[in-house]
Design a binder for this molecule. Structure first.
Ligand SMILES: NC(=O)C1=CN([C@@H]2O[C@H](COP(=O)(O)OP(=O)(O)OC[C@H]3O[C@@H](n4cnc5c(N)ncnc54)[C@H](O)[C@@H]3O)[C@@H](O)[C@H]2O)[C@@H](O)CC1
Ligand SMILES: [K+]
Length: 507
């Protein structure tokens, strides 16, 4: 699903009005009716106090439509107009009158702190103060109102966006922003719902298709795309009945050092679980027994050194090399890595200590085969590209970095981001249970395993990240977040492939 900017959404809005020949009031009614239906479906007529806070722009107009419909269906509704300016939008005014007619009441006006209503923890608040039109931080009593709602302990549903959150930048540290439990957002998700610094504000996000112009949405170039099941499924290549293991490629997994052989077991297993035909493993001698015993499906080659990689020589011709897990970064290993890079033309996957070696020996970056996939977590990324001011600057820096070295970068996180230089993809599977040792080793194995099956490196990265998260979701259903360990993610990958093609299953 495309993630559009506020400007693009406003343009989509205008194109829709023109092409459908409808008024903006009609479009507002359509959008806000969906919000009402969602609330009505969940509350089922519950006898609770619903407090609706409306700004004086179109987000506030949406709030007034929701208020009118809830009132009509017998809910206990109190409307507060957050009167931060006298410039009320036309559609706000139309719906202000309609609400007054429907309810025979005048909404309360909030103009200063003394006007704030009491909010009990059992109340249901609707935040319709600001949407994508926010253009400066909320200040004075307005900021206090947002904090008053946050501190009330009441459930808060944000319409389109949590108020105080900019669609295109990170709010300052002390900025007042609504911390919603749930956000019903119009037409497309907003980028800030997925960035580490701002994702806490939106709570759970649901996208409402308000029927904006299809042709516009199809043509418009989005800065980023959200990858859910539908998108991931389109990338999957079904297997030919008449095939053999040679058709699914050969992955060579290189890494490990004394005490870190387990990471290699996890990666290598995940290579085969992702469907690669063959998996060879290159490790220091100390890992021989461990790997042969725990993973007999792999072919094994050892370094001359007992404890670390010093000379990665094989006569194999793998389709992809997955490098770095548990490798350490001694000078001998750096030398061996350099020689490997010099010999390799096909795109590689580089993870963990492979990334650390790249950041400590910058000249190695120039040796990376084109379209290689790098899979840093935020700390590894910082070592590679330096510090950033905020998430937006981080994205700019990554874009330049990926363009410069013609690589693909997977930034791991609650929502992992995949950068191709031209486009950004945001993964929507996974859960907090996956923040566990070895989860990254499993991911590198999955992506490399897909690359060896002739998935383009970018496609392997997107699909691999999605499947990794989906498998984690399946594990979490069975084991809960705390008990989930990374071997489970690898072991359940088969169920993730099945769930990818299955419409009935929730996950
Ligand atoms: N674009 C679309 O496709 C649709 C938009 N709709 C609604 O319209 C919203 C956008 O409406 P608006 O453009 O009127 O903007 P908002 O309602 O988000 O904001 C209202 C006005 O507040 C002022 N303002 C911004 N920051 C302020 C601050 N910190 N303190 C005081 N005043 C501030 C601005 O001048 C802005 O125009 C969307 O978020 C959505 O809720 C929907 O009605 C349906 C369709
Ligand atoms: K809002």
């Amino acid at each position: 699903m495309k993630i559009l900017s506020a400007e693009q959404l406003k343009e989509a809005d205008e194109v829709t009005l023109k092409n459908e020949g409808i008024s903006s009031t009609r479009l507002m009614e359509r959008a806000a009716s969906l919000v009402f239906s969602e609330i009505h479906t969940r509350l089922e007529g519950a006898d609770i106090n619903i407090k609706i806070f409306c700004g004086i722009g179109n987000n506030g107009g949406d709030g007034l439509v929701v208020a009118r419909l809830l009132h009509k269906y017998g809910y206990k509704v109190e409307v507060y107009v957050v009167n931060y300016s006298d410039k009320r939008s036309d559609d706000f005014l139309v719906n202000y009158d309609r609400y007054k007619k429907e309810s025979n009441t005048w909404p309360a006006l909030i103009k200063r702190e003394e006007d704030f209503p009491e909010i009990s923890p059992g109340d249901f608040c609707v935040d319709a103060i600001f949407g994508i039109g926010l253009n400066r931080p909320a200040e004075g009593w307005l900021a206090k109102l947002l904090l008053h709602i946050n501190n009330s302990g009441a459930f808060c549903l944000a319409v389109d966006m949590p108020s105080g959150l900019f669609p295109n930048k990170v709010p300052g540290e002390d900025a007042a922003v609504i911390k919603a439990n749930y956000t019903l957002t119009f037409q497309t998700p907003k980028l800030v719902f997925f960035l580490p610094e701002t994702m806490k504000y939106a709570g759970e996000v649901q996208v409402m298709d308000i029927g904006l112009d299809r042709a516009y949405l199809k043509e418009v170039k989005a800065k980023a795309q959200l990858i859910g099941k539908r998108e991931a499924r389109q990338l999957y290549k079904p297997r030919d009945k008449n095939s053999h293991k040679g058709d699914y490629g050969h992955t060579l997994v290189v890494g490990g050092s004394y005490g870190k052989i387990g990471s290699m077991v996890l990666s290598a297993k995940s290579v085969l679980r992702a469907g690669a035909g063959l998996c060879s493993v290159f490790i220091p001698k100390c890992g021989y027994d461990i790997l042969q015993t725990s993973f007999p499906e792999a072919m094994l080659i050892t370094d001359k050194d007992e404890h670390e990689l010093t000379n990665i020589e094989t006569d194999l011709e793998p389709d992809v090399i997955c490098f770095g897990m548990g490798a350490g970064k001694s000078s001998k290993t750096v030398k061996a890595f350099k020689a490997l890079l010099e010999q390799t033309q096909k795109p590689m996957l580089i993870d963990a200590d492979g990334l650390n070696m790249l950041s400590e020996n910058n000249e190695l970056l120039n040796l990376l085969p084109k379209h290689s996939v790098l899979t840093p977590h935020p700390k590894e990324l910082e070592r590679l590209i330096g510090k950033w001011e905020d998430d937006f600057e981080k994205m700019d820096k990554i874009e330049k970095f990926t363009k410069k070295y013609k690589i693909i970068l997977v930034l791991k996180g609650a929502h992992s981001f995949i950068f191709s230089g031209k486009h950004t993809y945001i993964n929507n599977s996974g859960n907090p249970g996956m923040a566990t040792a070895g989860s990254g080793d499993v991911l590198s194995g999955i992506i490399a395993g897909l690359m060896s099956q002739e998935y383009e490196p970018l496609v392997a990265a997107i699909l691999g990240v999605y499947l990794h998260g989906l498998s984690g979701d399946i594990c979490a259903e069975e084991k809960g977040y705390e008990a989930l360990i990374s071997g489970d993610i690898s072991d359940n990958l088969g169920k993730a492939f099945l769930a990818l093609m299955n419409d009935e299953k929730k996950i």
